[in-house]
Design a protein around this ligand. Structure first.
Ligand code: F6P
Length: 370
């Protein structure tokens, strides 16, 4: 009987519980044993109670829970080979021969490395007497499948990562709240959203709320960004807008690589010197409200469909199959090579075309303001 384990790793994201529930139930449905590894890679390294066999009922009600109920961690030990050696041993002692991991690109890269190293880890475990040849016999190949759980929507090759639409919905809701009070007082707000390397949340929230200006990491601003922003905001005010919303991704920077901070944006909006905007300005950092809370229906569905597909991928894998991740492309759930997507992500995060950005935002050449 195949033993399939599922774990969540890295930063949590809404929809991870849907993944775990789907993997556990699909594995059982397909006649396999289902396991959860608690606390991410930490659970693999520590073993014991952190690797737990799951029954159908154990995941009842998980769809409507936020976060990840099996815990997650950023595990330093797993970054080093000795940590991975213990992890391999624990997996074999529990009889686990396939691992489904839901996490960001860092966690999934770690998984691919683990799989590549697997034969040499087994050799070492036998050589140092921790396991016997008979014990490692049935576990010659490690079967790994990745699912992308991240609120940032920061992996190339998939249209959406699990959790990104929940975070976007939360941001829009929060911006709506802020807009009401901003409008009452005719104030400006600088709203910082998550996105260390990827501006998807900031950009989409800007489009969805009609923000005045957006800063994202993929489009480092010219040194004259201050004049650009002031001109746009001034024009919107002249058109009669009573509120000003500037959305800044936490990873936003200028062309020199210097971080653009909410404080300097605020100072500019509030500048009372001649020609300054002199707006009464506040800063709101949304923080972890973006990541917590329940998943929107899209992320529940995505997690469920991809969890089911991950179990299928495990059952159909051969030793020659590259480590796959489960993507969604044009509404279809598909399998793709993981490391290719990781490499593409690094390439693509460099820059987006400035003109497309302006067009998408409708910021420069339009005469409307909300
Ligand atoms: O999940 C990714 C992310 O949301 C980033 O955008 C953000 O910088 C980071 O997580 C913060 O995570 P933590 O507070 O867990 O370090």
């Amino acid at each position: 009987k195949k033993k399939i384990a599922v774990m969540t790793s890295g930063g949590d994201s809404p929809g991870m519980n849907a993944v775990v529930r789907a993997v556990v139930r699909m594995a059982i449905h397909m006649g396999c044993d289902a396991y959860c590894v608690y606390e991410g890679y930490e659970g693999l390294v520590q073993g014991g109670d952190l690797i737990k066999k799951m029954q159908w009922n154990d995941v009842r009600g998980w769809l409507s829970e936020g976060g990840t109920l099996i815990g997650t961690a950023r595990c330093m030990a797993f970054y080093e080979r000795p940590g991975r050696l213990v992890a391999a041993k624990n997996m074999i002692l529990h009889g686990i021969d396939a691992l489904i991991i839901c996490g960001g690109d860092g966690s999934l890269t770690g998984a691919d490395k683990f799989r590549a190293e697997w034969p040499s880890l087994l050799e070492e475990l036998v050589a140092n007497g921790q396991l016997t040849k008979e014990q490692i016999g049935p576990y010659q190949h490690l079967n790994i499948v990745g699912l992308v759980g991240s609120i940032d929507n920061d992996l190339s090759g998939t249209d959406a990562t699990i959790g990104c639409y929940s975070a976007l919905a939360r941001i829009c809701e929060m911006v709506d709240y802020i807009e009401a009070t901003a409008s009452s007082h005719s104030r400006a707000f600088v709203i910082e959203v998550m996105g260390r390397h990827c501006g998807w949340l900031a950009l989409m929230a800007g489009v969805a709320t009609g923000a005045d200006f957006v800063f994202i990491p993929e489009r480092p601003r010219d040194r004259d960004w201050k004049a650009d922003m002031s001109n746009v905001v001034r024009r919107h005010r002249e058109l009669g807008k009573r509120k000003t919303i500037v959305i800044v991704a936490e990873g936003a920077r200028d062309k020199d690589g210097t971080k653009i901070t909410p404080e300097e944006i605020k100072d500019l909006l509030a500048d009372k010197s001649e020609g300054g905007l002199a707006l009464d300005t506040r800063i709101t950092t949304l923080g972890h409200v973006q990541r917590g809370g329940t998943a929107v229906s899209y992320d529940r569905t995505l997690g469920t469909l991809q969890g089911v597909e991950a179990v299928r991928a495990v059952l159909e894998a051969t030793p020659e199959t590259e480590t796959p991740f489960i993507a969604i492309n044009e509404n279809k759930i598909v399998r793709k090579p993981l490391m290719k997507a990781v490499a593409e992500t690094k390439e693509l995060s460099k820059a987006v075309d400035a003109k497309d950005f302006e067009k998408a935002m409708g910021l420069r050449d339009t005469e409307f303001a909300d």
